[in-house]
Design a protein around this ligand. Structure first.
Ligand code: SF4
Ligand code: FES
Length: 259
């Protein structure tokens, strides 16, 4: 049986990237505990619309924990109180009647606020553009056993590929570092045979692009705690090892080209 909650929302409102933001208190009665967090915001927006007030801008797309667009700081926690859960998969049963819920956008210099709760995460796109791809033509689908991949390697690559690019790792990090995101994107290609030809060029380009936009990792581990996909900080160690090797290997390759 579902329960009805009466919440007090304190929501960040900001008209645009250069406008000064502020918190707005919004009363939210009649919220069913089996609603998702985004459904709760939909209800609030319908009421604001009906009152002729400006609805709250927030990002969302799949609402299935896949696309990574829903990105809210809820009571100071990236994606809210439920571990391993993206905001769109968070249900209102994790809140109690009468609770004050503070809802903010990601707070990170590399993710400027577009409006209200929506931020610009295109700095992530710059990192992926730098090397998060394989340039070899893939041709037709080969037989599944044509390129053998050890099971633990395939599992590790697929675990890294679970990253949905939400940015919670950056928002949770006191340094605003993007090492968990970047390392996940590096690992899912660098672990597999198909990723080997560009392995060292990839890691060098992606790490150096990351450093242009984001802070430095000092091993706080907050990223792993906030990640809705449980990406392990072990991938950061893999990335760092590949980055160090890239500095030798890429230089040797360049020396061959120029002699
Ligand atoms: S590593 Fe986790 S928290 Fe960071 S962008 Fe990927 S899914 Fe989101
Ligand atoms: S809306 Fe797609 S992951 Fe939440």
């Amino acid at each position: 049986m579902s329960t009805t909650l009466h919440l007090k929302l304190r929501i960040w409102r900001q008209d645009g990237p250069s406008a000064a933001g502020h918190f707005e208190d919004i009363d939210a009665p009649g919220i069913k505990d089996d609603m998702s967090f985004l459904e709760m915001l939909d209800i609030v927006n319908e009421r604001l619309n009906a009152d002729g007030r400006e609805p709250i801008t927030f990002d969302h797309d799949c609402r299935e924990g896949i696309c990574g667009t829903c990105s809210l700081m809820i009571n100071g926690q990236a994606h809210g109180p439920q571990r391993r859960t993206a905001t769109c998969q968070l249900h209102m049963r994790h809140f109690h009647d009468g609770q004050t819920v503070i809802i903010e956008p990601w707070r990170a210099a590399a993710f400027p606020v577009v409006r209200d709760l929506m931020v610009d995460r295109s700095a992530f796109d710059r990192i992926v553009e730098a090397g998060g791809f394989i340039t070899a033509p893939s041709g037709g689908a080969p037989d599944a056993n044509l390129i053998l991949v050890p099971k633990p390697v395939a599992d590790a690559a697929m675990d890294a590929a679970e990253c949905i690019g939400c940015g919670a790792c950056v928002a949770a990090c006191p340094n605003g570092a993007a090492n968990l995101f970047t390392a996940a994107k590096v690992a899912h290609l660098n672990l597999l045979p198909q990723g080997q030809p560009e392995r060292y060029a990839r890691v060098e380009a992606m790490v150096e692009t990351m450093e242009e936009h984001f802070g430095s990792c000092t091993n706080h581990g907050e990223c792993e705690q906030a990640c809705p996909k449980s990406i392990s900080i072990d991938v950061i160690a893999l990335m760092n090892a590949d980055y160090v090797r890239s500095k030798l290997k890429n230089r040797r390759k360049l020396a061959r080209v120029h002699t």
